[in-house]
Design a protein. Sequence first.
Length: 418
Amino acid sequence: MNDIFDKIYKDKGPLGKWADQAEGYFVFPKLEGNISNRMKFNGKEVITWSVNDYLGLANHPEVRKVDAEAAKKWGSAYPMGARMMSGHTELHEKLQNELASFVNKEAAYLLNFGYQGILSTIDALVGKNDVIVYDVDAHACIIDGVRLHLGKRFTYKHNDVKSIELNLERATKITEQTGGGILLISEGVFGMRGEQGKLKEIVALKEKYNFRLLVDDAHGFGTLGETGAGAGEEQGVQDQIDVYFATFAKSMASTGAFIAGDKEIMDYMKYNMRSQMFAKSLQMTLVEGALKRLEMIRTMPELKAKLWENVNALQNGLRENGFDIGTTSSCVTPVYLHGSIPEAMALVKDLRENFGIFCSIVVYPVIPKGLILLRLIPTASHTLEDINETLNAFSAIREKLENGTYKKLAKMAMEAAE
Ligand SMILES: Cc1ncc(COP(=O)(O)O)c(C=O)c1O
């Protein structure tokens, strides 16, 4: 008989195997100081491009004040228990009502974390006779939600309307036999490449196919649409999203999440989402903090305006300097370069140590071999000076990548490690 730990001793997994070289620097880095445009990494100031604090609320004095006062008033325990048992309060209800009205839905339900929340949302919406159709580039939380499904599921090519239709056709044939329905899942904004989900085109398919649409709008909430209600509002199809999901982990700069939709559906969800029924309620400091953040999003349009001023300055600047930023249609700003993984590591080290730029790096197997993706998240707290400094740094590192500097550095690093 084998020990289940044997495989762990042998193989640390696709990411874990890099831990010796990467931990503390490329993964699990410690960014220190207040969350803002400039933080500290390894004791040095860096321009921070890797924090999803889109509206700059994380360290806003009014937010910090409300968070501190709420923590003093409630502590971190209140309320104890799951919503259904002993964890329900007036303020939870108030926040739900305000969120529902903000995203133009009849009702909303709070989730204690986005990841578990959406997983259970998917689980609660489908039964074994139903079919799920979802984007192949979906976030891990959607994939894990789909994993719980006992019926058929089909992925469609990323944001490809033809492929969506083809899979809706397949799903329709199956549901005609099983008597089930179809759940289509898209993201409002795909967080890696920044493209908005093709919600308008998906919604148009409702004319021809019978399905319900669940949208994970983690990156769209607060950043897109005239009022900040997200990708559905931006594309004019918010009313056609059957279940709308957003997390507090990005524009709201907090923890928690919610779903919104018709009241009857939300009433069903609150009795059927296992990760919420059997887990502690969102704590009061987070609820009060979220009420404050939502009020600021509603009443301070200048936050979103500043965010977009920065997004446009950064994305236009990168394009004008000849960088490939793909097909982003959101704040998420990817920069695609060509090089090997060791070159990418040398490049990021140079960016952090010598240019004071901290951004996320994505390489194979998340993206195709030979590509390096540097992912920048502009926020309302960045300045034009941050952007100009970054554009100059990017031009410098591109030159070094092209003239082989990082290849040499990577080779030297490898020889030193042997
Ligand atoms: C697209 C998307 N969905 C869901 C989540 C999970 O949300 P949370 O961090 O609240 O668990 C994230 C990450 O925050 C995300 O990027």
